[in-house]
Structures are given as C-alpha cells and as structure tokens.
Write a protein that binds this ligand. Structure first.
Ligand code: TA6
Length: 297
C-alpha cells in the first residue's frame, strides 16, 4: 500500500494485482473509494463531503461504533468515525478461519479509546480493522473488537456503506425477502417484508433483522450487481434520505440522493456483549458482478 495525505490526514491506497483499488482515510478508518480494475468508482462520495475531523465524511464506508443511531451521551453513530486511527504495523495473526491470503493487498488499522473517549464511554477496547483487496478486486473489511478492561460492555455497530448507483430508480435490492424489519420512519414498528425485491420511490430507513445470507444491490442501468456477504452482522440497514431530507443536509447535494443507496451490514437489534478478554469479529465482503441485460445474473 502507499500513504498520502489530504487536509493533513493520512490516507492509504490499496491496489489489487489486477488494478482494482481502494482509498482508506485514517480519519475514521473510513474507506473513501473502491474502484474496479477499470477504474469505475463503486462507492458514493458526496460532492459536499466535509473532510475536516471531527465531522464525519458523507460517503464511502463510515464505521458506526460503539453505537448505531443517537442514544444517550454519545454522538450519532458513536465516535469511531470521528477519530484518527493508527496504522497497525504488527497486527496479531487473524484467527484461522480468516479468508485472508498473502497475495491480498491489505492494511491494518487500530483504534484505542483516548482519555476523553473513556469519559464518554468508560470501556477499554481495542478495535482492529483490516481492509483488504482480493486479486479479483473484492473488498473485505474485518473488524475485531476486544474488551480489554475488567468489566463487560455492550455495543452496536454498522459498516454504513454508501453504494454509488446510476439512479435510485434503477436499483433493486435482493436478499431481504421474508425478513422482519424495523421501520424507522414508522416509530421503529416491526413489519415483515412481503416483496420479492426492494425498489425505491421515496425515503427509506429500515433495519432488516436476522439476515444470514447474501444481499445483492442490482444497478440495472450500469448492468452490475454488488454482492454483499457478511459474518457476525445479522442486521441490514437500508437508507436513502430522498429529496426533502437531502435538502436539510449541508454535506449532501440536493439531487445526490439519486446516486446513492446505503445497505449496511450491522449489529443493531441485539447489541454485542463482551466479557473482559472476549473479542467480536464482524466481516463484510463486497464483490462486483457485471451482467448483460438479457439475463439478470
Ligand atoms: O442509516 C440511516 C441513518 O441512521 C440516518 O439517521 C441518517 O442520519 C444516516 O444514518 C446518516 O447519519 P449521519 O450521522 O452520517 O448523518
């Protein structure tokens, strides 16, 4: 990998053997860009994104930890995405079932709580994030969060992933059929999905529960599908602010909601509880398939 900096914050550039690439900022440990081997951008980044800590960057894959949403004294989606992470030169070896192979381009980042963080959230943790690119251009994010103090703690988590789409009217999300979801536009009321695929005509903010399989984001106009595989992330957030909410967001262009859809691997309904010494792993594997118009695949 190579390092560069923007506005004084280091960024790490990963390139796979076939030319696919990713850009990760130490501000938030946030993936800002993920491109195919032909240089096509796959993640949305707002044209009005603010790259100044501690403001979260509107796009890419913000890490929501130790909470998703805004509860209690912590800021919305927790503090991890607003902190400067360290490059971890000597990461402990991943457990044996890690899908990492030596020819993946990868970077290991580390976040530990500062004194100020501990005042807000009095739990000592070690958060190791590995971002790796496989030779075929797939992007994998592996989070390992360990409790290193003397009392148990719980947290919720999300990879708040902004996918770039040609137009929201061309997008279909499959893999959430029959799941229950909490509708955040309806007082978090619980519903069961009846459709065969999700399409979008208005603001959506749902947390689908107990998703174990693969989720696919089809972009019909771009003739490509992003495949989302995950481990340790039972919930899926689907969010698009639509026009009215976009107009109220200083760091999102008024019409840009049409080029994004958030489909987030998350742990929300049942927060993770860690005893001292225990570690949780949450892995998100993203890959791209190009399909011709005749067949869906
Ligand atoms: O995932 C949806 C959500 O929780 C919405 O509440 C919306 O605020 C979005 O996250 C973005 O949150 P942010 O704090 O980045 O503006």
């Amino acid at each position: 990998f190579s390092k560069d900096s923007r506005d004084g914050v280091d960024q790490v550039f990963l390139r796979s053997s076939q030319g696919a690439s990713a850009l990760i900022s130490l501000h938030g440990g946030q993936v800002l860009s993920w491109k195919t081997d032909r240089g096509e951008e796959l993640l949305f980044m707002s044209s009005k994104a603010i790259f100044k800590p501690p403001h979260p960057v509107r796009g890419g894959i913000p890490i929501c930890f130790p909470q998703f949403g805004n509860r209690g004294s912590l800021e919305q989606h927790g503090f991890a995405r607003n902190k400067i992470w360290l490059v971890d030169d000597s990461p402990p070896s991943m457990n044996q079932n890690d899908s990492h192979s030596p020819n993946n381009a990868c970077i290991d980042l580390l976040l530990r709580p500062s004194e100020d963080d501990l005042k807000l959230w009095p739990h000592s943790f070690e958060f190791r994030l590995r971002v790796s690119m496989s030779s075929d251009g797939g992007l994998t994010l592996t989070s390992r969060i360990r409790n290193i103090n003397c009392k148990p703690f719980s947290f919720s988590f999300a990879y708040h992933t902004y996918f770039l789409v040609s137009d929201i009217s061309e997008v279909r999300v499959e893999g959430l059929e029959t799941l229950d979801y909490l509708d955040n536009l309806c007082h978090k009321e619980r519903f069961t999905e009846q459709g065969d695929a999700l399409t979008f005509e208005s603001e959506i903010y749902r947390v689908y529960l107990g998703s174990t399989g693969t989720v696919a984001v089809f972009d019909h106009e771009r003739k490509r599908t992003i495949i989302i595989k995950k481990a340790g992330l039972p919930d899926i957030v689907v969010w698009n602010p639509w026009e009215k909410k976009s107009k109220m967001m200083v760091d999102l262009g008024d019409e840009e909601y049409r080029q994004m859809i958030c489909v987030d691997g998350a742990v929300i309904e049942k927060p993770i509880a860690l005893k001292p010494g225990e570690e949780w792993t949450g892995r998100l594997e993203l890959s791209v398939k190009v399909f011709n118009v005749e067949s869906k695949e």
